[in-house]
Design a protein around this ligand. Structure first.
Ligand code: HEM
Length: 168
């Protein structure tokens, strides 16, 4: 394997792990009643950093497609791209409204914000909309997810078992 190939395999592996973490994290964030509000708030604020890394890792793809968007691209890529933008905008509304209704993290950082019902509604709506968008996003990338799972997880487990068999 060349240096370039090793680098892209490692990058794909990192991407896959981050994607799974973001997906699981989102599901946990959807249940503030189950985790309690302090975990909900601190956890989602920390998740912001993960999402920024996810965007940076996919930056090449984003800039390439942005340039090509007006030209000839497949309907699937266009749908994917529009979906990504909707996810991005929804994510901003979700985080912003969350911060504006925060009762734990933001007060702990020394800020007091007036209560506003509209932000609470927006938080609710953008969370539910985000769940739908994330489902569609996952469905569109399903074959990539399964292939990466086979390449990184199934084969790694097979290697471990195989080694054990050899030394036994
Ligand atoms: C991925 C990001 C997030 C998701 C998916 C999410 C999701 C949710 C959901 C589903 C609810 C419950 C809505 C309901 O039952 O009516 C909720 C409530 C809430 N969230 Fe978030 N949230 C996120 C980020 C944040 C952030 C960053 C903060 C603040 C720093 C925050 C603060 C709150 C607060 C204060 C409530 C109200 C809890 C209550 O009234 O008992 N959220 N969130």
């Amino acid at each position: 394997m060349t240096n370039g190939q090793t680098q892209s395999t490692n990058q794909n592996k990192a991407k896959w792990i981050l994607d799974v973490l973001i997906f699981l994290g989102f599901l946990i964030a959807m249940e503030p009643g189950g985790t309690g509000l302090p975990i909900h708030e601190w956890f989602t604020l920390a998740a912001l950093a993960t999402t920024v890394i996810h965007l940076l890792l996919n930056w090449d793809w984003l800039t390439q497609i942005t340039r090509r968007l007006l030209g000839k691209i497949s309907g699937r890529t266009r749908t994917n791209y529009i979906l990504n933008w909707l996810l991005f905008i929804d994510g901003i509304l979700l985080m912003l409204s969350g911060i504006l209704i925060s009762r734990v993290a933001v007060p702990a950082l020394g800020f007091e914000l007036p209560e506003a019902f509209a932000w609470r509604r927006l938080h609710d709506i953008s969370a539910n909309f985000g769940l739908i968008l994330l489902g569609l996003h996952t469905a569109l990338h399903w074959s990539w997810i399964v292939n990466a799972f086979n390449a990184y997880i199934v084969q790694a487990i097979a290697r471990i078992i195989f080694k054990k068999d050899v030394t036994a």
